[in-house]
Design a protein around this ligand. Structure first.
Ligand code: ZN
Length: 259
């Protein structure tokens, strides 16, 4: 019974943070018997040391680095940093910086907002629920929004960054209905992952289009995923902008980039 309990925690922490499961095992091995509070304390200390000091130093030797935040680039939530979900290959880090600089030149004060990227180690180890985020070459970013008064803002309608969709208008293609009719039940499940919403914000087609233009200036970008109705609404003609397929989830709450 005890082993199953530890196993569940190990799997949960590994899926969420990659290294958390191993650090948990180390903590319960170091502090044996029923000293639960001390085990938790040791776990938290080791986890914090690893996440904020050790991993950022050693990950570059394995080909990935922490996404550099700056005046023009920010992570949407501190959760992504605490959970080690903010690692990319150095080439992609440079591109992220370029995109941030470019969008803030076009719209002073506006930043590039980063969501889930990759874990620090091991090609092939997926960052769930994004199966393809497993090689340091992928990153999700937020769309652009404005207030009800029409002022562009860095705030986003979803606290997690996912799950508040810019739905198709009546005359637009509805890919979600098509996918769900074909049995893709998971296609809109991020609606359960918002962790709270700010529905006073509106989608900014203009700024999102400028963001995509900034992305497309970087030749190393190979694919961008965006829902078909938004691609059509923003009138973007780029073969790099693809449909991700019904086995993925809908992309009208965020953009996915890969190099
Ligand atoms: Zn993605």
């Amino acid at each position: 019974m005890k082993i199953i309990f530890h196993l569940i925690i190990f799997i949960f922490l590994t899926i969420l943070t990659q290294v958390g499961g191993i650090i948990y095992l180390a903590s319960i091995t170091l502090i044996r018997r029923n000293k639960r509070i001390l085990q938790l304390f040791v776990f938290l200390i080791l986890y914090a040391l690893s996440t904020f000091l050790i991993i950022p130093t050693i990950a570059p030797h394995f080909g990935r680095e922490k996404i550099k935040e700056s005046q023009n680039v920010e992570l949407h939530s501190v959760f992504y940093k605490i959970a080690n979900r903010n690692y990319v290959r150095p080439e992609l880090n440079g591109i992220i910086e370029n995109i941030g600089n470019s969008i803030s030149r076009k719209h002073p004060g506006l930043k590039l907002t980063i969501l889930d990227a990759n874990f620090p180690f091991k090609d092939g180890f997926p960052l769930l629920p994004h199966l393809s985020h497993n090689d340091g070459k992928k990153v999700d970013i937020s769309l652009m929004y404005k207030t009800k008064e029409g002022v562009l803002t860095n705030e986003k309608p979803s606290n997690s960054g996912y799950g508040v969709f810019e739905n198709p208008l009546k005359n637009e293609m509805n890919q979600t209905t098509i996918c769900k009719n074909n049995g893709a039940w998971q296609y809109d499940y991020p609606k359960y992952l918002t962790l709270g919403k700010n529905l006073d914000l509106e989608f900014s087609a203009n700024a999102t289009k400028d963001l995509i233009s900034s992305i497309l200036k970087n030749n190393e970008i190979q694919k961008i995923f965006l829902e078909p109705h938004l691609k059509h609404r923003l009138n973007i003609n780029s073969e790099k902008m693809r449909f991700h397929g019904c086995r993925a989830v809908r992309h009208d709450d965020h953009l996915h980039l890969e190099i």
